[in-house]
Design a protein around this ligand. Sequence first.
Ligand SMILES: NC(=O)c1ccc[n+]([C@@H]2O[C@H](COP(=O)([O-])OP(=O)(O)OC[C@H]3O[C@@H](n4cnc5c(N)ncnc54)[C@H](OP(=O)(O)O)[C@@H]3O)[C@@H](O)[C@H]2O)c1
Length: 270
Amino acid sequence: MQFLALSNGIKMPILGLGTYCLVGKNGQEAMDKAIQIGYRLFDTAQMYNNEDRLGNAIQSAIKGGIPRKDFFIQTKLLEANNEDSTKKSIEKSLKALKLDYIDSLLIHEPYASSKEMYKAMESFYQQGILKSIGISNFGAKAYEKFIQNCKITPMINQCETHLLLQQKPLREVMADKGTLLQSFSPFIAGKGLILENQSLRNIALKYSKTPAQVILRFLIQHGISTIPKSSKEQRMKENLNIFDFTLNAQDIQFLNSLDTNQSSFAWTNY
Ligand SMILES: NC(=O)c1ccc[n+]([C@@H]2O[C@H](COP(=O)([O-])OP(=O)(O)OC[C@H]3O[C@@H](n4cnc5c(N)ncnc54)[C@H](OP(=O)(O)O)[C@@H]3O)[C@@H](O)[C@H]2O)c1
């Protein structure tokens, strides 16, 4: 596993498991499996209704001998009205996750109350209850506006990022501010058949890898953390097995050229 250093020096695995849709008993079994395979970064959200399941999986791993400090647990806040209700909301997530600290807490998307919510996060960060804080779904303009009011610059901005939306303008804006881009939906959530792209398949063949592995490798070679979701053991292994090859400059250049700078989801607003 490779790690990225956040602006405060905390190390985060560059690749983790996205847990959207991993709910109930089956979801928890998938998380248990992922831990056995070697995943240590987990991305959940209040919206996913599975913080408690992730909490169970982490607790049983800790009982099984994996130290808490080896995990990097990230969750995301739903909208809260003000600073006080955000504090209560964070406490709810801590309880569901059965943790006394959270490695990364993000605001799930820009809300009218984001500024107030972030104040509560800064306060919990200063107390050591949150080890890092950040945002999600903030495009370049929203990011630039938001950081004007922050005492602590967000350490992570989690956004839709894949071959067709490489977030170059956002990366440029964030580059010297100390905010890392984290890619969600690296496979465009299975939409649009990106994994069937013939040129991508040809590149994958050359390295004896799969198209999914080439996409993930492309992201991490750009220094972008990513959190592919899979419920299947074989795919979880495949997605983690990307640290033994390097895409050459020509292939990177070709993959860079696939960028359309367009979101694949109707609900985003970059
Ligand atoms: N901040 C936000 O607003 C936001 C929004 C969306 C997602 N996210 C986060 O990002 C995570 C990942 O995004 P996502 O779940 O939307 O989509 P994704 O990771 O792009 O794609 C997941 C889909 O790809 C399939 N898949 C996984 N590995 C594969 C492989 N090696 N080969 C072929 N297919 C594969 C999965 O199916 P199987 O499960 O059947 O393997 C699933 O259908 C989420 O789980 C969530 O944690 C955050």
